[in-house]
Design a protein. Structure first.
Length: 74
C-alpha cells in the first residue's frame, strides 16, 4: 500500500471563497460539504478536482470584490 501524504493546505483559496461555495462545489461533484472542506484543508486527497473548481470560484470572487470597484477606462 502506498502511503499518501496530504498536499499543502489551501487556506488561501478557502479564505477567498464566496459564501455558499462549499455547498455549490459539493452539489456539482455529488459529495458532502465536509469532504470539500477536508480536501481544501489538505486532509483528504482530491479525486474530484475540487481544488480546481475552488480556485476558479475564489478568483472570480477576488476579481468582483477588489477590482470591479474601479471604473475601467479600457
Amino acid at each position: 500500500m502506498i502511503d499518501w501524504k496530504p498536499k499543502k493546505e489551501r487556506i488561501d483559496i478557502l479564505q477567498n471563497l464566496p459564501h455558499g461555495s462549499l455547498a455549490k462545489i459539493a452539489r456539482q461533484k455529488n459529495i458532502s460539504k465536509t469532504q470539500v472542506l477536508k480536501v481544501l484543508l489538505g486532509e483528504r486527497k482530491d479525486y474530484y478536482e475540487i481544488i480546481k473548481e475552488a480556485e476558479i470560484l475564489a478568483a472570480i470572487n477576488i476579481w468582483k470584490t477588489r477590482f470591479c470597484k474601479f471604473n475601467s477606462e479600457l
